[in-house]
Design a protein around this ligand. Structure first.
Ligand code: PGA
Length: 264
């Protein structure tokens, strides 16, 4: 099965960086595996990156969704700032990241915690992503922090986080989950390959247990957290790993291109 190789640029990049990046990427990409390559640039640079889409055959995604936008049903979900699912689609996006730990922790009260003020719960955010006929494909991020891991609570935390994705009335086209242990993000530390496989297997079974109508082929689990050229091949080849979500290393165009060119 083809894998997903996703670049989460976070809040990095400018016009010059993008031009240089794609001049190299377009020339040197040799995606013989036909993997699905996705770039998540900052919203303001979506259009710049979109220009190179045809040349290099990748998809675009948004990093976060936090408002219904101006063409919503007029409810009080329209916030100052943020990007709506319609705007992402209008700008050529087909994917959306939801629940990235940096967002969960940064705006805890907005997304994760009790619904306060005009905050959105994660389930509501997913529903917004799924609105409209040409909906965005959600990549739902889950992961335990270091304290959860040390307390032996990883499975409980993951199962609770997955509830938001599983108990929706409207279902995504495909269930794509990114397992990103919070302690591995940007730290240079990664779980062992056995742990990655075991947890990916757990995520798949947990979703199948919650939604018995699904088949395993409807679920993909990506790994994220300190993926680089040295460890990418082993991670991508580990059982139950359907792709990777890469932060820091995706900003280095030579490294990211080499990861996309790996023969898996
Ligand atoms: P990292 O980030 O690859 O720099 O650890 C991954 C992410 O935050 O998605």
């Amino acid at each position: 099965m083809k894998k997903i190789i996703a670049a989460n640029w976070k809040n990095n990049g400018d016009k010059k960086f993008i031009k240089n990046y794609f001049e190299y990427f377009s020339k040197n990409l040799n995606n013989t595996n036909k993997n699905e390559i996705i770039f998540f640039p900052p919203d303001l640079y979506m259009d710049q990156v979109d220009k190179y889409k045809k040349q290099s055959n990748f998809r675009l995604g948004g990093q976060t969704l936090n408002t219904a936008g101006s063409d919503s049903d007029g409810s009080d979900l329209v916030l100052t700032s943020g990007t709506s699912s319609e705007m992402y689609i209008d700008n050529g996006c087909s994917y959306i990241l939801i629940g990235h730990s940096e967002i969960r922790q940064f705006s805890n009260f907005l997304i994760d915690g009790p619904k306060m003020d005009r905050g959105l719960t994660e389930s509501e955010t997913i529903i917004l992503a799924l609105q409209g006929s040409d909906s965005l494909q959600v990549i739902f991020c889950v992961g335990e922090n270091e304290d959860d891991k040390n307390a032996g609570d990883t499975h409980t935390i993951l199962s609770e986080q997955l509830d938001d994705l599983c108990y929706l009335k409207v279902k995504p086209k495909k269930f794509i989950v990114a397992y990103e242990p919070v302690w591995a993000i940007g730290s240079g530390k990664i779980p062992t390959l056995e742990d990655i496989s075991f947890i990916h297997r757990f995520i798949k079974s947990s979703i199948l247990e919650k939604l018995s109508s699904l088949k395993e082929k409807d679920i993909m689990v990506l790994y994220g957290g300190s993926v680089n050229l040295k460890n990418a091949k082993d991670i991508l080849c580990a059982p139950h790993v359907d792709g990777v979500l890469i932060g820091g290393a995706s900003l280095k165009v030579k490294e990211f291109t080499s990861i996309c060119n790996l023969k898996i």
